[in-house]
Design a protein around this ligand. Structure first.
Ligand code: PLP
Length: 745
């Protein structure tokens, strides 16, 4: 046995109250460290997603078997399933993991038991009146595939920050047994979608149990028969996430896969998913014995929840319909994310009557009254039912997700309040933010830990701690970033080689993939959903000019792309194809790459290692965007159109703006001007600043900009700041507490 192991075991023995009998040649150990106990401790860690934002725990799992860890999508339950307690014990001994496991386990227990949180001081009223947060998707970790993109990641970050702040929040979503698709490109660059069934026993979920001690099963009546769903429970730190799942024998065979895929199927599937989420969700909460203080609807998908809440108030408390509506609205917070009218869910009158008929009977309202709740003009029979309109009408507090999006939303929905001038339309804004511990790299965490005050995590939603970044040694910040960039390049090469092998390409191509990109070259990242408004190909609209930048002998650039197109979005798939196929063009080969299967894992690598994050949506279609906020934390710089969050974030010293926030009369002109502005910013600002080095080889002005970016943006666009805003401006007043802010409507 090595000296280090001796010490590790010695510590354990020294603190042991009752040593276990001698096993083989090993000295007596803590009872707690029997193979079975060790295994159970690891499993307890794996069964609360708290582990996923604690790098010391992630590293622990990884160290058990780094290759399998990667192959298993960083799923600790799947990893532990490959170990027997004895093998785990042997591995832990070999790596001296005992104290790390014990410490992680203790930290988690302390975290879960903590009583002094931000919420106990600032949002005490929620203690007895919890927030129920509805979202159609939750992006918490790549190993739990129940998200497709930004909306889900935002919801996941919201829950994690609520947990961190101690806000009593219960999340409700759907359990997608096949998740979102895995993306593969064929030799032609065309996207193919693969759906894999999720292995339930390898997820940190368990059946939710109701007040009667039985697993919960909810039932939602429609005119064409009842829909049933069971309910799963996931632990996300101090918060619980409940997921409804239609795959139960009580359902007709054709209804069992209703919740199997995210945003799959036609409008009928969609409305059926949405009544399960909204109506079924409220019923599940009731079965759990939870009495909500606040309903928070993250986007319109879950807006039917309000109707079930109204029905509940009528039935349980005996309120008449109008009264119940007012009471539920007072408790409801609605967040809209969609800046284009076509992006909102709409259902026709027939689908509504089929699915909400029994509901309107219970509410005692006519079909026309029901439809009116989802129409801008209640009596316009040609107008379909819009979920966003329902959300807006049945909530006293509604918000957009950035300042600019607030303006757009007030204009878009001003017809709902025809007697108000646009500025007074009651839709405010709370700008999105990201969960710092989830997106911050281990290396930057080490650096912040050295220069920030102890316990800075508790204050990460405020500006003060982040100002200390200016005291950091510029060389150290640069070195850290450079190390992260190298890790990204390793990841990219590994992925590209794998993609080549998968497509059956020759050994030479695989070899070439292993040597693409150069860590000394300015590296630009572009990764997001391939919705056409995001214009992934904007920089490709002038290939000669792009080639000149990429092939510049002194100051070249390289670009890493990633992203999925919705399976039905052929133009989006066309964009992917166009980009992916540039690898066959010798002018771009090795300097412009596409990583398949964008997910939280790919996003994490990219945002932690790029020099510049490129974002060029057609303004004002990006409601907020959050990926650029993840980049900030890790020292990358944003280069973006002044849209979404960047319109309020950019101050001239903390990154780069493309254009001046103009909007033009049509898309063609907009695209041409924006393309011009993009090349202008790249050639006049980004590239010169990056390659301007001092005698030590440091890009001083660039590093100053990194510091400005971190100090001015990291806290403002953190999910902690965001959730504190929701608590103060929405949750506390909605739950009947007194708000100290004037910002609510
Ligand atoms: C952060 C994130 C997004 C959101 O990115 P946008 O900037 O809003 O486009 C989408 N997908 C994944 C996997 C992410 O991590």
């Amino acid at each position: 046995m090595s000296h280090a192991e001796d010490i590790a075991r010695g510590t354990a023995v020294a603190s042991s109250a009752n040593g276990t009998p001698h096993v083989g040649h090993l000295p007596p150990r803590l009872d707690e460290l029997s193979p079975q106990n060790l295994y159970e401790k690891c499993m307890a860690l794996a069964r609360n997603l708290w582990w996923s934002w604690h790098p010391e725990v992630t590293n622990l799992f990884r160290d058990l078997d780094p290759v399998r860890w990667r192959q298993l999508d960083h799923n600790p339950i799947a990893l532990l399933a490959e170990f027997t307690p004895e093998r785990l014990e042997a591995r832990a001994a070999e790596l001296v993991l005992y104290s790390r496991i014990n410490q992680a386990h203790r930290r988690m227990k302390e975290y879960l038991a903590a009583e002094n949180t931000w919420s106990t001081v600032h949002a005490g009223v929620l203690g007895s009146k919890p927030v129920v947060y509805f979202s159609a998707e939750f992006g918490i970790h790549e190993s739990v595939p129940i998200y497709s993109g930004g909306l889900g990641v935002l919801a996941g970050d919201h829950v994690k920050s609520a947990s961190g702040l101690g806000i009593p929040l219960i999340a409700v979503g759907l359990f997608y047994t096949q998740g979102y698709f895995r993306q593969h490109l064929d030799v032609d660059g065309y996207q193919h979608e693969e759906y894999q069934p999720t292995k339930v026993d390898l997820l940190p979920i368990e059946p939710a149990v109701g007040t009667d001690g039985q697993p919960i099963m909810v039932r939602v009546d429609t005119r064409s028969g009842a829909l049933h769903a069971k309910v799963w429970k996931l632990a996300v730190g101090r918060c619980s996430l409940y997921l409804l799942d239609s795959d139960v024998p009580e359902n007709a065979p054709e209804d069992r896969p209703l919740t199997s895929r995210l945003y799959g199927g036609d409008t009928r599937t969609r409305i059926r998913q949405e009544i399960i989420l909204g109506v079924g969700g409220v019923k599940a909460i009731r079965a759990l014995g939870i009495v909500p203080g606040v309903y928070h609807l993250n986007e319109g998908h879950s807006a039917f929840a309000t109707l079930e809440a109204v029905r509940g108030r009528m039935e349980r408390d005996g309120y008449p319909y109008d009264d119940a509506i007012r009471r539920v609205a007072r408790q409801t917070v609605f967040t809209t994310h969609t800046p284009v009218p076509a992006g909102h869910d709409r259902f026709d009158s027939g689908l509504m009557e089929e699915h909400l008929g029994p509901m309107r009977d219970a509410l005692g309202i006519s079909h026309d009254q029901l439809m009116g709740l989802g129409r801008v003009e209640p009596h316009n029979h040609d107008e379909p039912f819009c979920m966003t309109v329902l959300g807006l009408k049945l909530s006293r507090r509604a918000n957009a997700v950035s300042a600019l999006h607030g303006h757009v939303s007030r204009r878009m929905w001003s017809n709902l309040w025809p007697w108000k001038v646009e500025e007074e339309v009651p839709i405010g804004h709370i700008t999105n933010g990201v969960h710092v511990p989830s997106w911050l790299s281990w290396q930057m965490l080490q650096l912040y830990d050295r220069i920030f005050p102890a316990n800075w995590f508790r204050q990460m939603g405020g500006p003060d701690v982040w100002q200390r970044i200016h005291e950091c040694d510029p060389g150290e910040l640069w070195e850290t970033h450079y190390a992260l960039k190298n890790l990204l390049l390793q990841f990219v090469r590994r992925r590209l080689a794998r993609q080549c092998r998968r497509r059956g390409e020759c050994d030479e191509a695989v070899e070439q993939a292993r040597s693409v990109l150069d860590p000394n070259i300015l590296t630009i990242g572009f990764a997001r959903r391939f919705a056409t408004y995001k214009r992934a190909d904007l920089v490709l609209s002038d290939l000669d000019r792009l080639h000149a930048l990429i092939a510049d002998p002194d100051r070249p650039i390289q670009i890493i792309y990633s992203g999925k197109a919705h399976p039905a979005d052929e133009p989006g798939k066309g964009l992917i194809r166009k980009i992916a196929n540039l690898r066959h063009d010798p002018r771009f080969a090795g300097r412009l790459v596409f990583i398949e299967d964008y997910d939280i894992n790919v996003a994490r690598h990219l945002v932690q290692g790029v020099d510049v994050w490129l974002n060029n949506p057609r303004r004002p279609l990006e409601a907020s965007g959050t990926s650029g906020q993840k980049v900030v934390l890790n020292g990358g710089l944003n280069c973006s159109i002044l849209d979404g969050w960047w319109a309020e974030a950019f101050d001239g010293r903390n990154g780069f703006a493309i254009g001046r926030g103009e909007t033009h009369s049509n898309d063609e002109i907009t695209d041409r001007r924006d393309c011009e502005a993009l090349f202008e910013t790249l050639t006049k600002e980004v590239i010169p600043l990056f390659y301007e080095r001092d005698a030590d080889g440091l890009p001083r002005a660039w590093i100053r900009m990194m510091m400005n970016s971190i100090s001015s943006l990291a806290w403002r666009f953190s999910a902690h700041r965001m959730v504190m805003d929701y608590a103060r401006v929405c949750y506390v007043p909605a739950a009947g507490g007194i708000s100290c802010d004037m910002a609510s409507r």
